[in-house]
Write a new protein. Structure first.
Length: 257
């Protein structure tokens, strides 16, 4: 699957020893911090867990060698930890080692995803995952053909559909916004298969993986966050802070091919 390929390719780029120094799991996000010769880096992942909760094997810190097992685990909480650790390594490579300066595409810092792409007024827009800030801004800008699908759609919203309708609803879509959480639950492969003809954008703190690897799978735009204050962000996550709180100590960035 795509996440396994991302993990494999990212680890192949790692040319120095990194130690895992902290892990935190809260209701909103999971974070992992790594340390190398060029300092610390923090990776995030939306905390996802099974209805029948499966805990971690033990309470020790994961090792980088465990990433392939974690991201391919059948337990969602292990997959969440695996993605957070993978994201921490990706952020270290991108910004501590400044790999972002030599990417095939360009990274724009401090840019909102909707300010970085052109959308025609009559576009049919699909949002995969209830990404409230994106949905609200699209509506504020006057877009009306917006369809939202969610794994477990809340009953109080009539305009949100089950992800079971993806094969049908995606047939006439022009652009799709995808939550980075799909990297945890292994739904990205099917989403890309069904939205092959649409412009594809993945967004959110969970999408901190190396963007040039994601773009080889047909994703046109990647929007995520660069954590500027590792320890303040970790404190925010431990206190169940959401994306808005995380952005007090981070900045958005957009990668475009």
């Amino acid at each position: 699957m795509i996440i396994d390929e991302i993990a494999h390719n990212t680890l192949n780029l790692l040319d120095e020893y990194l130690s895992v120094v902290d892990l935190g799991i809260s209701l909103s996000y999971t974070y992992c911090i790594v340390k190398g010769r060029r300092g610390f880096a923090l990776g995030l992942a939306h905390t996802t867990y099974d209805k029948v909760f499966h805990g971690l094997r033990d309470n020790s810190l994961p090792s980088i060698d465990e990433i392939p097992r974690l991201v391919s685990s059948w337990k969602l909480i292990e997959k969440t930890v695996g993605l957070a650790l993978l994201n921490a390594i990706s952020q270290y490579l991108l910004f501590n080692k400044q790999l972002y300066k030599n990417l095939p595409g360009k990274i724009l810092f401090g840019r909102d995803i909707l300010d970085s792409i052109e959308i025609s007024p009559d576009s049919r827009i699909l949002v995969i995952g209830y990404i409230r800030p994106v949905i609200n801004r699209l509506r504020e800008r006057g877009f009306r053909n917006i369809y939202v699908i969610e794994r477990e759609p809340p009953t109080r919203f009539e305009s949100i559909y089950s992800d079971l309708v993806l094969p049908r609803i995606s047939e006439s879509i022009d652009i799709v916004f995808i939550t980075g959480s799909v990297l945890v639950n292994d739904t990205l492969d099917d989403i890309l298969r069904y939205t092959e003809k649409a412009k594809k954008v993945i967004v959110g703190p969970s999408a901190q993986v190396l963007p040039q690897i994601l773009s080889t799978h047909g994703l046109d735009v990647i929007g995520s966050v660069k954590v500027n204050d590792v320890w303040k962000t970790a404190e925010v996550v431990r206190r169940a802070g959401g994306t808005r709180a995380i952005l007090k100590y981070s900045e958005k960035y957009v990668y475009m091919k």
